[in-house]
Design a protein around this ligand. Structure first.
Ligand SMILES: Cc1cc2nc3c(=O)[nH]c(=O)nc-3n(C[C@H](O)[C@H](O)[C@H](O)COP(=O)(O)OP(=O)(O)OC[C@H]3O[C@@H](n4cnc5c(N)ncnc54)[C@H](O)[C@@H]3O)c2cc1C
Length: 502
């Protein structure tokens, strides 16, 4: 059965009723200065997609508010007029999370880019949602502090987007994901009412709704402010680079390091296709004879690092590493990482397009999944580069294809969907750190039972009864799962007919 449901975003593409755009524009004109409201096709075109550019949809209107009062006004107006709203940070989502709605408003938070306070004593930063991830660490640097979650897109992506996607990065293995590094989120519900999750303290009374809103993909509330935890910069960091003549051995070595009780500051893997692609322009000194390399970072005091590096080298040797090199200087450490950080652009150099998948599996199955992916390359007649957060079991197969060839794109989608289904089969999840968005909406039907999806809808309905915040994303409707073939519909009778279809 085809795993790709052709009409993936039919709901989002339904054109607005005649006169609707004018009605909404007139209403928003009363709230926003002219330069903060876009509605002509040439003006809204830049917002038609996020970093998953295979999926595009022109929005009806784009609003670029500059004050919180304007945000509240937009939310209230859209609520009253029943207009869908898609919050947008930097638009770097890789799952179509910020893809617009044809009859909706894109609510850009880009102008809310101020760091409101850095408190070096409490080790916190209070920031607006449009602040870039890297800007937080830059602002904290004079206090020898930094913000640990470091998505590879950190130079561009916003804190609002990071919260919505529960973003991760190289250092999240040791320091936790976004959800572990946020104390408090303040924002507004769909009808413009203020809402707050968490507190400045380490715990807050009542249900832990902070963990609920983080990773909710802009479907529960609009974030306007966040209090982030900062951590001290380690005195020293060094990287061990280990070569393997077999990807399965490299995958198993990852499990071996963690099993030995070591939590590296980062543990990343690249296969040969990836090292060859990056080495050409980064010259990081990667071993091109190796089928895979592992990069394992240790940080802490010089004594801690020295001890941990020896332990990691021992495990890597026992796991069959053919060559081991330890960074001798900060410059060399950054050089080792530069290849990893440039792996996505490198894919763009060797192929007209690439499709970045994002699933998570138990670490012990990494080797097995990599072997399966290699077999799928033949099946789908497409190449796949593997570069990923191995320590988290978070896989990023990069499927190389040419978007000018519709058949190649179709095969790439099927290839990706099969990888995600295998992730579930191997005890993992269809989501890693890039969210569900539009991309994985069908794969959610593989992962979650009708009862679980009903629970998701109940949460959504509690926060957003009319279903106007980022509709059509994240949670698959029961009808969608039926069409996708992942729910049994007997004699045309849909289960849970009483539940609303968002
Ligand atoms: C080259 C590249 C590398 C990447 N590497 C990583 C990586 O290592 N780790 C990782 O986790 N991700 C990575 N990503 C994905 C992406 O950068 C993250 O998902 C990021 O968090 C998105 O942030 P953004 O500001 O661009 O959000 P957007 O793309 O604008 O939006 C993403 C989602 O957040 C919602 N949203 C945005 N702002 C708000 C707000 N204020 N309130 C409520 N909802 C909001 C949107 O509605 C949407 O659902 C990468 C992307 C690229 C292009």
């Amino acid at each position: 059965m085809s795993t790709v449901y052709e009409d993936r975003f039919a709901d989002l593409a339904a054109a607005p009723a005649p006169g609707r755009q004018q009605q909404v524009v007139e209403r928003l004109k009363a709230l926003l200065p002219p330069h903060a409201l876009l509605f002509r096709e040439e003006d809204v075109r830049p917002y038609e997609c996020d970093a998953l550019s295979a999926f595009r949809q022109l929005p009806m209107v784009v609003a670029l508010p500059e004050t919180e009062e304007q945000v509240v006004g937009i939310l209230k107006a859209c609520h009253e007029l029943e207009v869908p709203i898609v919050a947008r940070g930097a638009g770097t989502s890789l799952s179509g999370g910020s893809m617009p709605h044809a009859a909706g408003v894109v609510l850009s938070l880009a102008k809310f880019n101020r760091i409101l306070a850095i408190d070096p004593v409490a080790r916190t930063a209070r920031v607006q949602p449009g602040v870039r991830n890297l800007a937080v660490s830059e602002a904290a640097a004079p206090y020898d502090l930094y913000y640990a979650p470091d998505p590879s897109s950190q130079i561009a992506c916003s804190i609002g987007g990071n919260l919505a996607e529960n973003s991760g990065g190289v250092h999240c293995l040791k320091y936790g994901l976004t959800v572990h590094n946020v104390l408090r989120v303040r924002g507004y519900t769909v009808d413009g009412e203020p809402v707050e999750f968490g507190s400045e303290a380490l715990d807050s009374p009542g249900l832990d709704l902070l963990s609920l809103v983080i990773g909710s993909e802009g479907m529960l509330a609009v974030t306007m402010e966040a209090t982030l935890k900062l951590v001290p910069k380690p005195q020293l960091a060094r990287v061990v680079m280990a070569s393997f003549d077999d990807v399965v051995k490299a995958g198993d070595a990852v499990a071996g390091i963690i099993a030995a009780g070591i939590i590296p500051a980062g543990l990343e893997m690249m296969d040969r296709k990836a090292t060859v692609a990056v080495e050409e322009f980064v010259h990081a000194g990667y071993d091109l004879d190796a089928q895979a390399i592992l990069l394992a970072e240790s940080d802490g005091t010089p004594e801690e690092v020295a001890e941990e590096i020896v332990r990691m080298e021992t495990v890597l040797r026992e796991s069959g590493a053919t060559r081991i090199q330890v960074s001798e200087s900060e410059a060399q450490r950054l050089l080792f990482w530069s290849g990893r950080k440039n792996a996505f652009p490198a894919a763009g150099r060797v192929s007209p397009d690439y499709y970045c998948m994002d699933g998570t599996i138990p670490r012990k199955n990494i080797g097995r999944l990599l072997a399966d992916i290699a077999a799928m390359e033949d099946k789908y007649r497409l190449r796949c580069m593997n570069v990923f957060h191995a320590g988290d079991g978070n896989m990023h197969p990069l499927i190389l294809f040419d978007a000018n060839d519709p058949d190649e794109w179709h095969r790439a989608e099927l290839f990706g969907a099969e990888i995600l289904e295998l992730c579930v089969e191997y005890g993992g999840t269809v989501t890693g750190e890039h969210g569900v968005g539009i991309e994985k909406i069908n794969s959610m039907c593989v992962q979650f039972s009708p009862e679980e999806r009903a629970a998701f809808f109940a949460v959504k309905r509690a926060f957003d009864p009319p279903g106007l915040l980022n509709p059509g994303k994240g949670i698959p409707t029961l009808a969608r799962c039926a069409e996708y073939g992942k729910m049994h519909v007997h004699a045309g009778r849909l289960a849970f007919p009483d539940l609303p279809r968002f």
